[in-house]
Ligand binder design. Structure first.
Ligand SMILES: *Cc1c(COP(=O)(O)O)cnc(C)c1O
Length: 369
C-alpha cells in the first residue's frame, strides 16, 4: 500500500496484532484433509473403505472439506465481500466463540457488551475465563442508543480486546449508525476489534458494516443463514474480516466444522430461485413490521412497543406475565425477556406470517393484559 493510500485508511493497524500472542504462529490441527495430495486410493485418514449401508451414494464416507470453496464463494457473493475475507462455520455462534478464544487471554483480557443484548457474547467469554465489561444501551424517546464515547473509554480503562455491537440489536431491534461504528473503530485502532453482529441485517434499511472493511481493518462482521434465510438447523454462519485475521481464526477452528449435507443445503439456498423467494419473505416481514408495532403500541396494557429494524418487536407491558399467559393459552409462544437487564416488563415477539401477526394482535387487543 502506498503512503498516500495508507493515510486514507482510518484503522490501518494489522488486526493480527490483537490476536493472543501465544496463538499468533499457532498452526492448528493438521488434518489428513488439509494436505493437498492427489491419489486414487485414499488410505491416509483412517476412513472406512466401504460406505455405510444407510449412506445411499456414499457421500458421507469421507471427512468433509473444511472450507468448501463453492460455499465460501456463494456466501461472499451474497454478502458482497471477497472469499478470503470470509470464514464459514457452525452459525455465528461459532464465530463469536472463535473470536473470544483467539483474541482474549483467559484470566486477562475482557470483552465489552452493551446490554440488553444477545446472550452468547457473555456465555462464550465466561466459558473462556474472560471478563465481561458492560456499557448498557441508553433508552430515550427515539429508542435504544449505544453510548459510543463510554464504550471507547471503557475499552481503554478495562483492557477490552473485543467490542460486540449487535446491530440490528437483539432484543432491542435498534440499528446503530455506521458512521458511529466507523468512528469507534478508528478510535480503537490497534487496541480492540469492533465486532458487528448483523444476524438481522437483511431486515434493516441500509448498508452492512461490511462496507466499512476497506477502511477499517479492525472491524469484524458476523452474518448468518439462520434468520432471514430460514436455515437455522443447517448452522451456517460467517465471520467477515481482514483476510489475515480470517486465516488466524481458521487455524483456531475445529478441523471439519461443516457437515456436507448442510453445505449442500446452503448452496441450494443461495441459488437464484431460493434467493428470490427469501427476498419476498423479507419484503413481507418489512410490510408487516410497522403495522404490528403500532397495533401492539395501541393495545391495552402496553407501555411501549419499540420501532424495529429486525424481524421482531420488543414490547413492554403493565403486566408482562398476563400477556405471556394470554398468548400461550392460545398456543402462541413468545420470548419472555424479563430476566434481561432493564427489561423486567418486556416480551420479544417475532414477526410471523400476516395471519399469525393478526392473531397476536387480536389476542392482545382483546383486553387489559
Ligand atoms: C440468532 C442470533 C445469532 C445466532 O446465529 P447462528 O448463526 O444461528 O448461530 C447470532 N447473533 C444474534 C444477535 C442472534 O440473534
Amino acid at each position: 500500500m502506498s503512503a498516500a493510500a495508507q493515510q486514507d485508511v482510518a484503522s490501518a493497524t494489522d488486526p493480527q496484532a490483537l490476536v493472543r500472542e501465544d496463538l499468533r504462529d499457532f498452526a492448528g490441527y493438521r488434518s489428513a484433509r488439509s494436505e493437498s495430495l492427489q491419489g486414487r486410493i485414499w488410505l491416509n485418514a483412517n476412513e472406512s473403505p466401504w460406505r455405510n449401508d444407510a449412506d445411499g451414494d456414499g457421500t458421507l464416507r469421507r471427512y468433509p472439506d473444511p472450507q468448501p470453496q463453492a460455499l465460501r464463494n456463494a456466501l461472499a457473493d451474497l454478502y458482497g465481500c471477497a472469499p478470503e475475507q470470509l470464514l464459514a462455520g457452525r452459525g455465528s455462534d461459532e464465530g463469536i466463540d472463535l473470536l473470544v478464544r483467539a483474541v482474549c487471554r483467559p484470566g486477562g483480557d475482557a470483552i465489552l457488551i452493551s446490554t440488553p443484548t444477545f446472550g452468547m457474547y457473555a456465555v462464550s467469554a465466561r466459558l473462556h475465563g474472560t471478563r465481561v465489561v458492560d456499557v448498557p444501551l441508553r433508552e430515550d424517546a427515539q429508542g435504544w442508543q449505544c453510548d459510543f464515547a463510554a464504550v471507547a473509554t471503557a475499552v481503554r480503562r478495562d483492557g477490552v480486546k473485543l467490542v460486540f455491537l449487535c446491530s440490528p440489536g437483539n432484543p432491542t431491534g435498534a440499528l446503530m449508525p455506521l458512521s458511529a461504528i466507523a468512528a469507534l473503530a478508528r478510535q480503537l485502532d490497534g487496541q480492540a476489534l469492533v465486532v458487528v453482529d448483523e444476524a438481522y441485517q437483511e431486515y434493516a434499511n441500509g448498508p452492512s458494516a461490511i462496507t466499512l472493511l476497506p477502511a477499517h481493518r479492525n472491524v469484524v462482521v458476523l452474518r448468518t443463514l439462520s434468520k432471514a434465510h430460514a436455515l437455522a438447523a443447517a448452522r451456517i454462519g460467517s465471520v467477515i474480516a481482514d483476510p489475515e485475521l480470517i486465516e488466524v481464526l481458521r487455524r483456531c477452528q475445529a478441523p471439519y466444522p461443516l457437515p456436507v449435507a448442510c453445505v449442500e443445503q446452503a448452496l441450494q439456498a443461495l441459488a437464484p430461485a431460493a434467493r428470490a423467494a427469501t427476498g419476498e419473505h423479507i419484503a413481507t416481514v418489512l410490510g408487516e413490521r410497522e403495522s404490528l408495532r403500532s397495533a401492539l403500541a395501541a393495545a391495552p396494557g402496553v407501555r411501549r412497543a419499540y420501532a424495529s429494524s429486525a424481524n421482531f418487536v420488543l414490547v413492554r407491558f403493565d403486566d408482562a406475565q398476563a400477556a405471556f399467559d394470554r398468548l400461550l393459552s392460545a398456543g402462541v409462544v413468545v420470548r419472555d425477556m424479563r430476566a434481561a437487564p432493564g427489561l423486567g416488563d418486556a416480551l420479544r415477539i417475532s414477526i410471523g406470517t400476516p395471519e399469525q401477526n393478526r392473531q397476536v394482535i387480536a389476542l392482545l387487543a382483546g383486553g387489559a393484559a
